[in-house]
Each structure stands twice: as structure tokens, then as C-alpha cells.
Design a protein around this ligand. Structure first.
Ligand code: PLP
Length: 446
């Protein structure tokens, strides 16, 4: 089909997620193919995948091994239901996930997106307390600026005002504790002090409400869509300690951070946190197919294990839960991690990125560079000294990423924070090119 026709049809028929379609219509983009860390549009223009196709891609596009695993599985079967019947790739993947994840986690419940894995975590925690005779534990506590996906349960523990306020009356109420946001803190700048104060405030809430709280949801070590804000050292462990002290389930969201993104297989490992429930998605298939999982402990699993008539069954499932093609892709993906010692190799990339980003720190409109492994946020401000943001209406972040696109790299901003999250496979030259494009675009738009 003619390229212009395709573009026209994309505007005529599609409604893109998290996209103001007026923006899309002004600058439409139709991707046709990909290779390694490059994406190619229908005009043949190439773009570096600076956001790993929304924080998922690990080994690059068209990885032969993952492609082959999917094709091989396709010749056996594409999908059969996991409701009441298992399948081979889902069993093998569950074993692998349990091997890789923190020790306490022993069971895998599949779904197909990060949001559904969180939705499941919430329902699982809620029903767990009912099943063990503590039905009064129904509330959830979350952190200011948290993002856990877009389904109604996930937004109920989400606290990014701009995304969530419109749905307020649709959501269940959750308690909110402050996030130790070091760069944006209104009156403190010492990370330890901010950590201690936030933990104190969290404890005050838990002390008062713990009898009614089922669980606490928390993104692992870094808030992603809330602006790439990294927890100060010790905060995450402090949260875990408080959850234990007040008998609250710790639900850790590793959707964005899992599978090596932060330099460890899971970000919980940085502080030795042991979640009661952990959600994973995105990188699980290397960014190839929609598989997600909610991992939990044997103790929680056993609370659901009984005669059917007790009605302790976990009444949750999706048509494509445990899809064979997705599980086969995930198995191939994880095999590459093991064979290539990928987590080890990622350490070098992390240092390369750190060095490449250093000069950007000097830029008069770069307020802060936050990096956790291969997750980076570059926050643009009008005034570095006072940290004064650009006018919201100016959409400096958006225009910077549009400029980057012109220069040959794709990413999306979070407000005026530019997300830089390359595939783990990106080599030094590609990383250098990405940072160079980002710097040039920042120079042109600020
Ligand atoms: N949780 C976190 C921490 C995320 O960053 C995201 C997506 O960015 C989600 C959940 C939702 O994942 P999905 O978009 O696959 O539903």
C-alpha cells in the first residue's frame, strides 16, 4: 500500500494509547520493521530505539533466537487456555522465573501486561486476607506519584495526578505515603534526611491503619512513569521492614525494572528486599510478546488451596493467560541472559552511559540526570539554580523528543524529563549516537 494512504488510514482508524491524537495527526509515524536497536518507518527512515519500544526490548529487534523459538512453538501450537490446563512452555518458564527471583517467591500466576500483573497482585492480596480469616484487611497503601499501569485496580494505587485525577470516582480509595523524591523535595536536600522523614510518615500511617491494610504497592527502587525518581539508599529496605512490622503484604512492581534493567536481574536485589508478591512484564519476553506474571509465596498460595466448595479459589484469569508463544519467547530470552552472562555485561554499558551523560550535566537547562542502571531520566528546567520548571504549556519535553525523532531517535518524555532507556544490547557506538542526538535536541529546544 502507498505510504501516504497508510498514514491517512492510521489517522482515520486508530486510537493510540497514551496519545493525544491531535499530536499524532500533526506528526504521524508508522513503523514498518526493526533490526537490532533500530526501528524503520514506512518511508525507510531509521530511528535508534531510545526507549526500548517502551522499556521492553532487551536484545534488539529481530533477534534470531527469539524469532526462532516463536516459530518453533508456532509449529506445535499457538495457544491453549491455562484455565484448568497447563502447557509446556508455561511450566518451564514458571520454573525459570522462580529460580531467578527472590527466595521467598515460589508460585507464578500469568497474565499479559504489567497492569494486569498488578491488578492480579491487588486481588490476590485482598483475597488472601479473607481466605485466612482477616477480612477487615482490605485497604492498600501506595506512594505519591506511583504508577502501576492503567486498569482500574492499577490506577487505584497509582498517584500521578495528571494521569489519574480524571478517574477519581472510578477508583477504590488507597492510602498514600510520601515518596522520598530527593531532587523535587520542597525543603530538604539531604537524601538520608528525606528518606528518614518519609519512612517516619509511612510508619505513622501504618501505625494508625495497619489493621485494615492488606498490602503496600511499590515500584522497585525507582518510580518510572512518575518521573524517573530513584529512592535514596535504605528507603526500600525500610519499607520492607515496616511492612513486616505491621503485618502488611509487600507488593513490589518490577514491571519496568525487572530483567536486568537496573544492573541486577531484579531491582529488589540492590537492597535484598523479599517481596510477598512481585509483578513482572515488559522485558520478560525481551520485548517480543505480551506476557506478564505475578509471583508470590507458598504461604499466599496455600491460603487459596482448599476444596472448591470453600470458595477460596482465585477467581481471576484472562483468555490469553500463559500463552505458549509468549512463554516460548520468554524462555529463549532468558536463555540468552544466561549464556551471554548478560547481567554482568550490562555493568559495562551502565558505566558507558554514565560517562556519556556526564557532559550533559553542564547544560544550563539540564536540571538533573537520574540514572539507575540502564534507566535514565534527564530533567529539563528553565532555571538550574532554583530548579524552576519550564511552563507546562510549552511542552519542552515533548518538543525535545520530536526533535530527537527528526534527528533519528525515538523516545517519549515524562513531562520535561526525557526518558533514555536503550535496549540492553545497545553497543557503545549506538549509545554514543543516542546521547549525541539527545544532547543536540536539548540544545535546539531549550
Ligand atoms: N508498572 C510499572 C512500574 C510500569 O512502569 C508500567 C508501564 O510502564 C506498568 C506497571 C504497566 O505495564 P503495561 O504497560 O504492560 O500494562
Amino acid at each position: 500500500m502507498n505510504q501516504e494512504k497508510l498514514i491517512e488510514k492510521s489517522s482515520q482508524y486508530l486510537w493510540l494509547p497514551f496519545t493525544q491524537m491531535k499530536d499524532y495527526d500533526a506528526d504521524p509515524l508508522v513503523i514498518e520493521s526493526g533490526e537490532g536497536v533500530y526501528l524503520r518507518d514506512i518511508h525507510g527512515k531509521e530511528y535508534l530505539d531510545g526507549y526500548s519500544s517502551l522499556w521492553l526490548n532487551v536484545h534488539g529487534h529481530r533477534n534470531e533466537e527469539i524469532n526462532h523459538a516463536i516459530k518453533e512453538q508456532l509449529d506445535k501450537i499457538a495457544h491453549s487456555t491455562l484455565l484448568g490446563a497447563s502447557n509446556i512452555p508455561s511450566i518451564l518458564l514458571a520454573e525459570k522465573l522462580i529460580d531467578l527471583s527472590p527466595e521467598k517467591l515460589k508460585r507464578v500466576f500469568y497474565s499479559d501486561s504489567g497492569a494486569t500483573s498488578v491488578e492480579i497482585a491487588i486481588k490476590m492480596a485482598y483475597q488472601y486476607w479473607q481466605n485466612i480469616g482477616r477480612p477487615e484487611k482490605q485497604k492498600f497503601i501506595t506512594l505519591k506519584n506511583a504508577y502501576h499501569g492503567d486498569t482500574v485496580g492499577a490506577i487505584s494505587v497509582g498517584k500521578v495526578d495528571i494521569f489519574h485525577r480524571v478517574y477519581k470516582s472510578l477508583m477504590f480509595h488507597s492510602l498514600v505515603a510520601p515518596f522520598p523524591d530527593v531532587y523535587h523535595h520542597p525543603d530538604l536536600d539531604d537524601a538520608d534526611e528525606i528518606r528518614d522523614r518519609c519512612l517516619q510518615e509511612l510508619e505513622e500511617i501504618l501505625r494508625e491503619y495497619h489493621h485494615e491494610i492488606a498490602g503496600m504497592t511499590v515500584e522497585s527502587l525507582i518510580q518510572g512513569a512518575g518521573g524517573m525518581n530513584i529512592m535514596p539508599k535504605g528507603y526500600f529496605k525500610g519499607v520492607e521492614d515496616l511492612c513486616r512490622k505491621y503485618n502488611i503484604l509487600l507488593i513490589v512492581d518490577e514491571v519496568a525494572t525487572g530483567f536486568g534493567r537496573t544492573g541486577k536481574m531484579f531491582a529488589v536485589e540492590h537492597e535484598g528486599v523479599q517481596p510477598d508478591i512481585m509483578t513482572v512484564a515488559k522485558g520478560i519476553t525481551g520485548g517480543y510478546l505480551p506476557i506478564a506474571a505475578t509471583l508470590t509465596t507458598e504461604e499466599i498460595y496455600e491460603a487459596f488451596y482448599d476444596d472448591y466448595n470453600s470458595l477460596k479459589t482465585f477467581f481471576h484469569g484472562h483468555s490469553y493467560t500463559g500463552n505458549q508463544l509468549g512463554c516460548a519467547a520468554a524462555l529463549a530470552n532468558l536463555e540468552i541472559y544466561k549464556r551471554e552472562n548478560l547481567i554482568e555485561k550490562t555493568q559495562e554499558k551502565i558505566s558507558i552511559i554514565e560517562n556519556l551523560l556526564k557532559p550533559l550535566k553542564q547544560h544550563p537547562h539540564v536540571g538533573d540526570i537520574r540514572q539507575l542502571g540502564m534507566i535514565c531520566g534527564i530533567e529539563l528546567v528553565i532555571d538550574k539554580e532554583s530548579k524552576k520548571p519550564f511552563e507546562w504549556e510549552d511542552r519542552v519535553g515533548y518538543h525535545t523528543t520530536l526533535k530527537m525523532r527528526e534527528l533519528g531517535m525515538l523516545t517519549r518524555p515524562i513531562g520535561d524529563t526525557i526518558v533514555f532507556m536503550p535496549p540492553l544490547a545497545a553497543n557503545e557506538e549506538e549509545l554514543r549516537e543516542m546521547v549525541s542526538i539527545m544532547s543536540e535536541a536539548i540544545e535546539m529546544t531549550t
